[in-house]
Design a protein around this ligand. Structure first.
Ligand SMILES: [Cu+2]
Length: 126
């Protein structure tokens, strides 16, 4: 009985060392990759939407990943950028991301005639 107990403890210690050794290098690698993708930056922008506006309607971002968080929304609206293939249905409290190269892009709501009523803006990527 005593021997079996010692054997189990020894196995647990060995298993712990093996798991620790296996996990360490791979964790460090994935953290480095996620935090700093080479050559790109991240921009976060909060946008409110309603009838019939985006606030703000002028957004400036850095080239790379652009994350839009819709903090307030009233009605049924979308966020569309044709050139970047972006089309998202807006819902308060949700976010979406897309990649953008430097340039000037029109964004708008494609529901009904909302764009003509004022639901459009400009995204400038530097
Ligand atoms: Cu709309």
């Amino acid at each position: 009985m005593k021997k079996l107990g010692l054997l189990i403890i020894a196995l647990i210690v060995v298993a712990g060392v093996v798991i620790a050794a296996k996990n360490k290098p791979s964790q460090e690698t994935s953290i480095t990759e996620e935090v700093m993708p080479a050559g790109s930056e991240a921009t976060s922008q909060e946008v409110k939407s309603g009838s019939y506006f985006f606030d703000p309607f002028e957004i400036t971002a850095k080239a790379g990943t652009v994350t839009i968080t819709n903090t307030e929304n009233q009605g049924f609206h979308t966020f569309v950028i044709d050139e970047l293939g972006v089309k998202e249905t807006l819902a308060a409290g949700t976010s979406f991301s897309f990649e953008a190269e430097p340039g000037t892009y029109a964004f708008y709501c494609d529901v009904g005639n909302h764009r003509e009523l004022g639901m459009e803006g400009v995204l400038t990527v530097e």
